[in-house]
Design a protein around this ligand. Structure first.
Ligand code: TXA
Ligand code: MG
Length: 325
């Protein structure tokens, strides 16, 4: 049995589900979110239980419009103002001091909150109609691959989600970039849909990446399918694939099309994704990792894209998926 999936603009029903403390999965431009009323401790408790997430790990609160930030943030630094003016709506989350109305269940007990205005028509009409904030982690069980389609949500969460709004495949495909704006200079906690080059263009130079706040997406092992993931260079790919196939291991490959030119791969290899560029790589990555599990593969060999633009986020996710095994 799976939850009901709504492909029409069933926003009215979704709002009713949220108001009675239920869980609604909805599309954003990055990945699907598992949403709950950000002001309801009970709804949030259920959200954490379904997700299987430790209660001290904060979730992002989604808002319908940038001008709502002052209702949810205790204060907003100049850097946060600049970033939200430039990148909202979009794949950027800012961590700011939390206003009193934000449930401390949503913040994992912290006095800061991650806020984001997503750029997806279904998400925005849901947020507009709901009026309040929607707390939403990615709509997958803790530690697993984030869903980039409604089907992936239902396969992962089943009846634990009350309603799934289907907005088609996510355009970006990796999660938002998270910038901690509570420090004197902003720090990137998670690389994602807004690139470091984008950030450098509006801040004073390239921001630092790191930070020690509780961010599960920054745990060394995360975003992992059941299949083992191994990151390989284009030069090592063919040999590595042949050795694995000789051991009767079922192997899939993800690589830029340009990295596969002239490479002689064994026929038993399953091509999971062959994107034309880093944007396509980000778009295809989670779909490909999920497909590896649906096909029962043992191993995914992934050739990382060049480390610029969205390639940084792709390499980050591949590294964490590989760290699980
Ligand atoms: O693109 C996205 O960000 C998606 C869509 C649904 O918006 N959401 C998402 O949520 O990826 P989640 O829960 O899977 O990852 C949110 C990350 C976590 O690593 C969490 O710890 C961090 O945001 N975060 C949230 N609030 C925070 C805070 N106050 N301080 C530090 N990190 C925070
Ligand atoms: Mg997640």
């Amino acid at each position: 049995m799976t939850a009901e999936v709504s492909s029409g603009p069933d926003v009215g029903r979704a709002v009713r589900v949220l108001r009675r403390g239920g869980l609604v999965a909805f599309p954003t431009e990055t990945v699907y979110g598992l949403g709950a009323d950000a002001e309801s401790d009970d709804a949030l408790a259920r959200l954490y239980a379904v997700k299987g997430r430790p209660t001290d790990h904060p979730v992002i609160v989604h808002l319908g419009h940038a001008d709502r930030i002052d209702e949810w943030a205790g204060s907003v630094s100049d850097a946060a103002r600049v970033l939200t003016a430039c990148f909202w709506p979009g794949p950027l989350t800012v961590v700011v001091p939390a206003a009193g109305r934000v449930s401390r269940v949503a913040t994992g007990g912290l006095d800061t909150v991650g806020l984001r205005v997503p750029d997806h028509p279904v998400a925005r009409s849901l947020l507009d109609a709901f009026g309040g904030g929607i707390a939403a982690p990615s709509a997958n069980r803790f530690g697993r691959v984030s869903p980039t389609s409604a089907g992936a949500v239902t396969r992962d969460l089943g009846l634990d989600v009350d309603l799934v709004l289907d907005g088609g495949p996510c355009s970006v495909g990796v999660e938002s970039t998270i910038v901690d704006c509570t420090t004197a200079t902003p720090v990137v906690l998670r690389v994602g849909g807004v690139t470091l080059e984008d950030l450098a263009g509006v801040l004073d130079g390239v921001p630092a990446v790191g930070g020690t706040t509780r961010a599960p997406g920054t745990l060394p092992a995360h975003y992992a399918p059941n299949a083992a993931v191994e990151v390989v260079t284009p030069a090592a790919l063919a040999d590595r694939a042949r050795r694995a196939a000789a051991r009767e291991v079922r192997v899939g490959v993800i690589a830029l099309a340009s990295d596969l030119v002239g490479i002689d791969l064994p026929d038993v290899l399953v091509p999971l994704a062959r994107p034309a560029d880093v944007v396509g790589y980000a778009h295809d990555l989670y779909r490909a990792l999920r497909e590896a599990d649906e096909l029962g593969l043992d191993l995914v060999l992934a050739v990382t894209p060049p480390p610029d633009g969205l390639g940084v986020a792709v390499a980050d996710r591949l590294g964490r998926a590989a760290a699980r095994h």
